[in-house]
Design a binder for this molecule. Structure first.
Ligand code: 4AD
Length: 467
């Protein structure tokens, strides 16, 4: 086959130099036509759109043509031609074909319209579908937008460890990392596991959040963000929880909780606008096939001002709804942790816009949040989104050494794991704030998918660590 440099389909479809010889490589989506001419829809992953290959059957060897089945990988040289079909600029009149990889007849993506549940069982192949191609291109774009947002504003990308000795959230939901022989665990004289014999000489876990290390960095570099895998061993088998998810955690010296909220709102709007500006083909596909209101909802969110309300105001709204006969599964009272049904009621039915909820009771929030003067609430803030609930959790941090120590003790957090964190409060402490955005929750919103397992290539959930 003549050597011509490859053109990606996304670029090829924009070209108008009809008559040029081009090369494309990709996977066959469909093949149809008559005994004389066949039309092959070829996709190379660079865009949701396929290029149409027009193949004059008489010009090719029958044995070669037999190998061009759905899923096969081919390379073609041909003439770029103006397409007669509507919605398509260019097609290719094929001159040469090379089959790079034949596709066995057991290929499960022969026909269109598989359920998302079925596709989850073939996570190794689902990126080849239109749906997952769209989702994973958007995922990439969002990751890029996030780095760009922070870089352009002078934040430094700071790498926090995945293996840690401390529980940042104090919720005890950590996956342990050990090289101990589970069939023969060494014990000390009190019958407790002797971690001195373990790899790190102490108990170690996968991180639940990079925040504590991020705080150290913010009090040195000013403004930082982390963006990495996060692990939680919470047994929540819901469409919004993963055991392994990606979190973005900015942390900013001298920001109070108000600055923190402004940053969160501006940041989310920037990401959504980025998707609207850069992923429209994929969004249109998802809008048409999964969520008819998707694009309109995205356009709405970048324009609307998020509602800011305190937890106490939120509880009042929920109590009033209960008094009017609204039924919630979980009880509503001041001090209760808001369940997803409560958050969605506030966002979707009451305020009808994203809500930033602040000043939660200290008992239901993490030990590091700054206490308010009332002694009861903390300067935490959660961003609640339509269809999703909590998308961001954050706070201004407690910087007073004694108050923080008191919270550490009240929460029975082993001090030996925290000495380095507490040092920040001794050596030139400063007000600072930050938050964590669940990357997959953002993607749920931006793609309109309804299950978090469908916005990450290889979901990790209870009883699922295949692929
Ligand atoms: O509210 P969370 O637990 O806050 C923290 O981890 C703080 N250390 C963040 C900070 O202040 N730097 O989690 C933050 C966000 C949630 O709002 C949610 O979007 C996401 O992380 N998240 C999950 N996403 C998927 N699966 C899970 N199991 C998640 N748990 C939290």
């Amino acid at each position: 086959m003549e050597i011509i440099s490859r053109t990606r389909i996304v670029d090829l479809l924009k070209r108008e130099d009809f008559g040029a010889m081009v090369n494309v490589k990709g996977w066959v989506r469909t093949r149809r036509g008559s005994k004389k001419v066949n039309f092959i829809a070829l996709n190379d992953g660079s865009t949701i759109n396929n290029v149409q290959l027009v193949v004059d059957l008489g010009e090719f060897d029958e044995e070669l043509l037999k190998k061009i089945t759905t899923g096969a990988c081919i390379s073609v040289n041909g003439v770029l031609t103006e397409s007669m079909g509507k919605g398509q600029n260019a097609e290719i009149q094929v001159k040469e074909i090379e089959v790079l990889g034949v596709c066995d007849s057991s290929f499960p993506l022969q026909k269109k319209g598989h359920s998302l549940e079925f596709l989850r069982e073939i996570a190794h192949l689902r990126p080849r579908t239109n749906t997952f191609g769209a989702v994973f291109r958007i995922r990439h774009n969002m990751a890029y937008a996030i780095h760009k947002y922070f870089h352009d504003r002078g934040f430094f990308y700071f790498h926090t460890p995945l293996i840690t000795g401390s529980d940042a959230e104090g919720a005890g939901e950590m996956f342990q990392v050990t090289t101990l022989d589970l069939n023969n665990v060494p014990k000390d004289e009190n019958g407790k596991i002797n971690y001195k014999e373990d790899f790190f000489g102490k108990e170690a876990n996968l991180t639940v959040s990079g925040q504590l290390e991020g705080e150290l960095a913010a009090t040195a570099l000013g403004a930082i963000y982390t963006f990495g895998p996060t692990f939680r061993a919470e047994n929540s088998n819901t469409p919004r929880h993963l055991a392994e998810f990606w979190m973005i955690e900015p942390e900013v010296a001298f920001n109070d909780n108000n600055d923190n909220m402004n940053l969160a709102e501006d940041f989310i709007k920037y990401c959504v606008q980025w998707a609207l500006d850069n992923c429209m083909d994929d969004l249109k596909f998802l809008n048409e096939h999964f969520d008819k209101g998707l694009i309109e909802r995205l356009q709405g969110v970048v324009k609307v001002e998020f509602k800011r309300a305190t937890y106490t105001e939120g509880i009042k709204v929920l109590e009033e709804a209960v008094a009017k006969g609204h039924k919630f599964e979980f009880p509503v009272y001041w001090g209760a942790d808001l369940a997803s049904e409560h958050e969605r009621f506030l966002v979707e039915e009451h305020y009808k816009r994203p809500v930033i909820m602040t000043d939660y009771p200290k008992e239901i929030k993490a030990f590091y949040m700054k206490q308010n003067e009332d002694g009861k609430t903390v300067r935490g803030m959660d961003v609640l989104f339509p269809k999703i609930g909590e998308i961001i959790g954050g706070s201004e941090r407690e910087v007073d050494y004694d108050t923080l120590m008191q919270r550490v003790e009240e929460n029975h957090i082993p001090l030996k794991d925290m000495w380095w964190y507490l040092d920040t409060r001794k050596y030139g402490s400063c007000p600072h704030s930050g938050f964590g955005l669940g990357f997959e929750r953002l993607l749920l919103f931006v793609t309109g998918m309804s299950n978090i397992r469908d916005v990450i290539p290889f979901p990790r959930t209870p009883n699922n660590a295949d692929f």
